[in-house]
Design a protein around this ligand. Structure first.
Ligand code: HAM
Length: 410
């Protein structure tokens, strides 16, 4: 049976890539002083209503009624969960709080390249810090993850804008408060919509052309230039101001950004985020300024593929012990257990197949070393370890095997 539409199975080679991406995400966040947190996939449906984006809540969530009659949602993003958690313990948490997580999130979207119904999403957020330094730090983490994955600055571009630009244009053009979230969401989908101009005119009438003209003619702001300077201190040199970036969620209040792949075959948004200073107070707490971003594994993997940055698969197993004669089985199992105690990942082949087949199996699995045990090895206590990629062999006593493997595995 196929997996459910828009979700993935992770065979070991895929899981390997996922874990590779996670490890880089985690390491970069920790280098910036971020602590990991987590939460359940299940949330009260209520958490999302009127707080995030009508489109996501009414069209893209997986919501169901549980056996006790409660409305439950599989989280479509992590930010409301984070806001709920922080607001719930705001007396105890030392601020600013730098937190990260890599949750699995679910959205009922039309599956297409870079968009699925399930993905893993790094979230790095700093809470309780206002100001340009925190905004720059979040962008530097996004930049740092791509650099850590092997990208250079020509491979991607950080497009930045500011929700306050929109706010002041809305004020200037006297656009109603109720219409603003809708206009912002339309602007976010501008490049993807065919009838964008008509849709915008439906909402704000003849103010539409002026709004677009004003927005497009704005090249930067003092704040964004200060942000650029801060980023330069951190070695981030590929920020561009792009007032077309608005982001889809209602909760953003300040700096917003999206990172784009510059490769012609994958010219799309890889991830994004921004400042949301009013969301936490919606959970009954004090006002806590916040800024963060989300980076999905699907777009991250596409990026690695398009720039030839995919890691080469290596299995976790370092050594396969092959059993040549059945009555050496007990000895083989014991040796395997001794080596595991020395931190070597060992699989034992007790298929009873011919040694050639056992070695082919190890080779097909890309296991780097094999060792065959028969009566001779059992009786002498000396074992021949073979490196399957070079063909090199060495005969050793049991207590020298792990040192040899460690030095060869690097
Ligand atoms: P978002 O732009 O909706 O923002 O998602 C962030 C990233 O998650 C996207 O740029 C993309 O990498 C990935 N992503 C989103 N939807 C999908 C999908 N259907 N399939 C695959 N990947 C996807 C947020 O979710 C904000 N909560 C991020 C944030 C954190 N803002 C502040 N803090």
């Amino acid at each position: 049976m196929e997996p459910y539409k828009g979700v993935r199975d992770f065979y070991p080679e895929d899981q390997f890539v996922l874990r590779y991406i996670f490890e880089h995400m985690e390491r970069v966040c920790e280098l910036f002083g971020y602590e990991e947190y987590g939460a359940s996939i299940l949330e009260h449906a209520e958490l999302y209503r009127a707080k995030t984006s009508d489109e996501i809540v009414s069209e893209q969530t997986y919501t169901f009624t549980d056996r006790g009659g409660r409305d439950v949602t599989l989280r479509p993003e992590m930010t409301p969960t984070l806001a709920r958690m922080i607001a719930g313990k705001q007396r105890d948490i030392p601020f600013p709080a730098r937190w990260y997580s890599i949750p699995n999130v679910f959205r009922y979207e039309r599956p297409q390249r870079g968009r699925l119904r399930e993905h893993w999403q790094l979230n790095a957020d700093i809470l309780g810090a206002e100001g340009v330094e925190a905004d720059a730090e979040i962008i530097a983490i996004a930049h740092g993850v791509l650099r850590s994955l092997g990208a250079d600055e020509r491979n991607f571009e950080i497009r930045v804008s500011d929700r306050r630009i929109l706010d002041s244009l809305y004020d200037e053009l006297s656009i109603d408060a109720e219409q603003r979230p809708q206009v912002t969401r339309l602007l976010d989908r501008r490049e993807k919509m065919e009838n964008f101009a008509d849709k915008l005119a439906e909402v704000i009438g003849d103010k539409a052309p002026t709004l677009l003209e004003r927005l497009d003619s704005l090249t930067s702001t003092a704040y964004l230039e200060e942000l650029r300077r801060q980023l330069e201190y951190m070695g981030v040199g590929n920020m561009v101001v792009d007032t077309k970036i608005t982001r889809g969620f209602d909760y953003y209040t300040g700096m917003v950004f999206e990172v784009f792949d510059t490769h012609e075959d994958n010219n799309r948004s890889l991830f994004g985020g921004g400042r949301y200073d009013n969301l936490l107070s919606q959970f009954g707490g004090e006002k806590i300024p916040a800024v963060g971003f989300g980076m999905g594994d699907v777009t991250a993997r596409n990026f690695l593929e398009s720039h030839n940055l995919m890691p080469e698969y290596a299995p976790a197993t370092e050594l396969m012990i092959c059993i040549v004669e059945k009555d050496a089985t007990g000895h083989a199992i014991k040796l395997a257990q001794d080596l595991r105690r020395e931190d070597i990942a060992v699989a034992v082949n007790f298929s009873g197949k011919r040694i050639g087949d056992q070695i082919r199996h190890a080779d097909k699995m890309k296991i780097p070393f094999v060792l065959a045990i028969g009566a001779k090895e059992r009786d002498t206590g000396r074992y021949t370890v073979k490196n399957l990629s070079t063909g090199h062999e060495i005969t050793l006593a049991a207590d020298s095997i792990s040192a040899h493997l460690f030095s060869s595995l690097g």
